[in-house]
Design a protein around this ligand. Structure first.
Ligand code: RB5
Length: 148
């Protein structure tokens, strides 16, 4: 399992914790930046990570910005992406179990590194439940056909 990571300057405070969580599970990661605290535009990093996941180049993704909101909105514009903005452990579990989310988004200005570590581990280890949830996820993905 390889995880794509992307962050703007507002989320970078969580990156180390996310990497530790991924490595603690024996998974690999590819870091799509940013690599410093200089101000950057979060849609650029959402695009890099979401495109890599949508193309199947990486299995799942973790995106970070100040709140997790902007970068999740941007990622969800890419066909095939279900990016869940998560601020608690239960939502991290449900994002995987019920929504089959393929990207986790968190905010460096609202979530602590310790919580980001926990949420990342939960998200990456919780299996999709399938069944009635698969029917609902299929309905979500059919909404992409309404684009354009
Ligand atoms: C950047 O200042 C900030 O707007 C960004 O990190 C994020 O919080 C947007 O949703």
């Amino acid at each position: 399992m390889t995880i794509a990571i992307g962050s703007d300057h507002g989320g970078i405070v969580l990156k180390e914790a996310v990497i530790r969580a991924i490595e603690s599970l024996g998974m690999k990661y590819v870091d799509y930046g940013t690599f410093g605290t200089e101000s950057v535009d979060y849609p650029d990093y959402a695009e890099k990570v979401a495109s890599a996941v949508a193309r199947g180049e990486q299995d799942k993704g973790v995106l970070l910005c100040g709140t997790g909101i902007g970068i999740s909105i941007a990622a969800n514009k890419i066909n095939g992406i279900r990016c869940a903005h998560v601020t608690d452990a239960f939502s991290a579990k449900m994002a995987a179990e019920h929504n089959d989310a393929n990207i986790l988004a968190m905010g460096g200005r609202i979530t602590s590194p310790a919580d980001a570590y926990e949420f990342t581990r939960i998200f990456l280890t919780t299996p999709f439940a399938g069944g009635r949830h698969a029917t609902r996820v299929d309905k979500i993905m059919r909404l992409e056909k309404l684009n354009g």
